[in-house]
Design a protein around this ligand. Sequence first.
Ligand SMILES: [Cu+2]
Length: 174
Amino acid sequence: MNLKKAGFSTAAVAAATPLIFALLPAGVASAHGYISSPPSRQAQCAAGTVDCGQIKWEPQSVEGPKGLTSCSGGNSRFAELDDDRKGWAVTPVGRSVDFTWSLTAQHATATWEYYIGNDLLASFNDGGARPPATVTHNVDLSGYSGHQTVLAVWNVADTANAFYACVDVNVGAA
Ligand SMILES: [Cu+2]
């Protein structure tokens, strides 16, 4: 009786294990990074500033192929990050801004890039170095005013991927 019961349990666990892994969201097992200050869209989701779906549990997981220009990094499950009308908090800033990344995994880094629309505002080349857990860049926004959405891109050196974060700012309001 005991043996049969034990045998059944083992089989049940063996059968269930692949299912459990299949059900885990892909981003949970690996960890990466996002802009925490000024609060990026995914940071606002994580903080509950804006009501969001899965992204609120893993703001560091907006990973996609290099070269994209979308806030979601092409992830359909994070598509709400691309919605400009979702009520994102807009941070008043001066003519330059310190953007701070919080990295939960410190991947070897090619470049960090900052865009408004198609304009590259700034690029920082780490030459493949492994960054510290917190990275801050000062970016000049003096050619802009009013509400702008800055797209920040973390290009990983040893994969084809990048991490994406959009930050809504009001330039010249602070
Ligand atoms: Cu990662």
